[in-house]
Design a protein. Structure first.
Length: 281
């Protein structure tokens, strides 16, 4: 019994000081950066961080926006095994809806220096947002935060510090702390708790929440809990897993849901034939 107790203490100590960062921020699984940004009109934003180095973000304007005609922007935060270089589907989807896209990169990912942590990533997100709203081609009243998986936790936390026009969460946990027992550790040992549940419960902004019913990484009960905490949110489930969201054959309806949500909340213009505008998704 003594050996079991000591072994468990050693396991918890290893998770606290080393293992949880590897689990939550598996940077080694992310692909290498592309040699160039997404397109020739991509604006690269770099911010200095403490102890040297920089963090990077990309602003990809949608065609037609200008200082004379500012447009809506979606600030998108990716999952923990991704980098901003490979979010072509997100950029193309929101561009078709008339939204520019802003992609902050996490510390230690892609071209960004530093070490990832909840505190550092969320602090960088605030600084990037404050840079974004300085742009003349951005309509400050129509900025949407969106994130999938870990990125949903970042988006929700940012929304508590800088109020968006709307919030979109996809396959997001109610908190990292609530998942600690899956690796045999008590929640109080989690150093990056990402309390999305607390953030959502205190927000008064339109929300759209997506989750997959067969998600084995972040089970669907997390999405349903966030729905219960935000009773006015639009909640949508798809019969899919975590990494293949929204599942084969659901791509068109997924973007239609986003389009309807953005139109309903006056973030993008209402069109006479919304279905035609989404053709090709």
């Amino acid at each position: 019994m003594i050996y079991l107790v000591l072994g468990y203490i050693a396991w918890c100590a290893a998770l606290y000081f080393y293992g949880q960062d590897k689990i939550l921020f598996p940077r080694s699984f992310a692909p290498p950066p592309r040699p160039t940004p997404y397109s020739s009109d991509t604006v690269v934003v770099r911010l200095d961080i403490e102890r040297g180095g920089q963090v990077e973000a990309w602003f990809i304007p949608t065609p037609g926006v200008s200082a004379q005609k500012p447009g809506p922007v979606v600030v998108f935060f990716h999952g923990n095994g991704e980098i901003i270089d490979y979010l072509d589907d997100i950029i193309a989807g929101y561009h078709r809806l008339g939204c520019s896209v802003f992609l902050p990169e996490y510390r230690g990912y892609g071209r960004s220096a530093g070490k990832p942590s909840e505190k550092a990533i969320c602090a960088d997100a605030i600084r990037f947002y404050d840079e974004l709203i300085q742009r003349a081609d951005v309509d400050k009243s129509r900025i949407v935060f969106s994130g999938r998986s870990l990125g949903g936790g970042v988006a929700a936390k940012l929304a508590t510090q800088r109020k968006p026009a709307a919030l979109i969460l996809q396959s997001t946990f109610k908190s990292v702390a609530s998942m600690a027992w899956r690796v045999g550790a008590p929640p109080f040992l989690v150093r990056h708790p990402f309390r999305t549940d607390r953030a959502v419960a205190g927000l008064d902004v339109p929300m759209l929440i997506f989750h997959g019913t067969r998600d084995s990484i972040i089970p669907v009960r997390h999405g349903r809990k966030l729905r219960d905490l935000a009773p006015h949110a639009v909640y949508v489930e798809y019969n899919c897993m975590h990494n293949n969201f929204p599942g084969n054959g659901n791509e068109e309806t997924y973007w239609q849901e986003i389009g309807k949500f953005l139109r309903r909340n006056n973030i993008i213009e209402k069109q006479r034939n919304p279905t035609a505008a989404l053709a090709g998704f």
